[in-house]
Design a protein. Structure first.
Length: 366
């Protein structure tokens, strides 16, 4: 049921699920006939134009379009992920992207940058592709064989008092259902972009609180900035003497029974409350790349066989460290159950305690 919308949105590097209702158009500030910017007539049905305002500086919006790590955070509609984004940002350079549907089907696209004006304008071609980067017809993804082999995307960014006006033009889109699918796809993708920019902008502005996102029906993504070097934050996350001081809410004391921080190594933590109750957790380390990345499984022994895959990335960010923790659950029921049981509150308190340990350790080193 995703094919038509996905394929069409895939043409615009986003994927559709539902048409945004006409009643929301005014709220979303969508303008399909911006004559001042595009000098086009209302009768030109082969050009789709959408204008949105984002509460973020133009430089950040530009990065969200041109840096693969950022692109993968918002590409596609709710429920879809973007596992691959490759960008060679130069005139004549190519991009190659993949979007993955909730049922695991991949949709690839590619294009060539025709024009690049930093922070202001992007012009690029847009074609269906396979995973190897070869151009394929629309019929490869179940669309009409008469769909154009190549379209054109133009993005214009304008600064408005510290915010950004984005105007997108998708040229070559045939009228009818495919154009409607493109419209709804862009709208949903831009909704995700707005949420991503809100998270990043709050971090840059110094609001040092963890942010939570639900990019798919089985994921929770937590982001927090630490005013400390990346090496130190990574060490505090992988050192048993430090991790027992911050792991979990304050009302629990944590014992590190095992912690072999190597691929294939096992960890087991036991938490104790004031009433003498014990709660054990365990997992296996999958990947260790100091000081950039750490991946392990997570299982609460009180509910065995409900395993979470947790990936932590540590990025240097504006002279600080950006920690992003992605939890991938086995099912939507597991994700929703964990989130409703207090995951957000517990994770927030843990990150606050980690921040305290990091700052304390940093002061001792100075």
């Amino acid at each position: 049921m995703y094919d038509r919308a996905i394929a069409t949105l895939f043409k615009l590097r986003a994927v559709a699920s539902r048409l945004v209702s006409q009643n929301l158009n005014k709220f979303l500030d969508i303008n399909y006939h911006d004559k001042d910017e595009w000098q086009m007539t209302q009768g030109d049905t082969r050009d789709l134009i959408i204008t949105r305002h984002f509460d973020a500086p133009r430089e950040l919006v530009w990065k969200a379009w041109t840096e693969p790590e950022r692109v993968m955070r918002w590409w596609g509609p709710k429920g879809f992920t973007s596992p691959v984004s490759r960008i060679d940002l130069r005139v004549g350079g190519e991009y190659h992207s993949c979007m993955r549907s909730p049922d695991g089907k991949d949709y690839w696209s590619k294009g060539i940058f025709r024009e690049i004006v930093a922070f202001e304008r992007l012009v690029m071609t847009d074609s269906f592709a396979d995973e190897n980067g070869h151009t394929v017809p629309a019929s490869y993804y179940g669309m009409s064989k008469y769909f154009p082999l190549e379209l054109l995307i133009t993005v214009i960014l304008k600064d408005h008092d510290g915010k950004t006006k984005l105007t997108l033009r998708h040229t070559g889109m045939p009228p009818g259902p495919d154009s409607e699918g493109a419209e709804q796809g862009w709208n949903e993708s831009f909704d995700k972009l707005a949420k991503y920019l809100e998270t990043e902008n709050s971090i840059i502005s110094g609001k040092n609180v963890p942010r939570f996102e639900l990019p798919s029906d089985r994921e929770v993504v937590m982001t927090r900035i630490f005013d400390a070097p990346r090496d130190l934050v990574f060490r505090a996350s992988t050192n048993p003497d430090l991790i027992r001081q911050w792991w979990g809410p304050k009302r629990f004391a944590t014992t590190v029974e095992k912690m072999d921080v190597n691929p294939g190594g096992v960890w087991r933590f036991i938490q104790h409350d004031q009433d003498g109750n014990e709660y054990a957790f365990n997992g296996v380390y999958r990947e260790i790349l100091p000081p950039e990345r750490e991946v392990h499984t997570f299982e609460f022994e009180g509910m065995p066989c409900h395993v979470i895959l947790e990936t932590s990335t540590f990025k240097e960010f504006e002279g600080k460290t950006k920690l992003t923790v992605t939890d991938l659950f086995q099912s939507v029921e597991d994700r929703d159950g964990m989130f409703k049981s207090g995951m957000k509150e517990g994770a927030t308190e843990s990150m606050d305690r980690l921040d305290e340990i990091v700052l304390k350790t940093l002061k001792m080193q100075q």
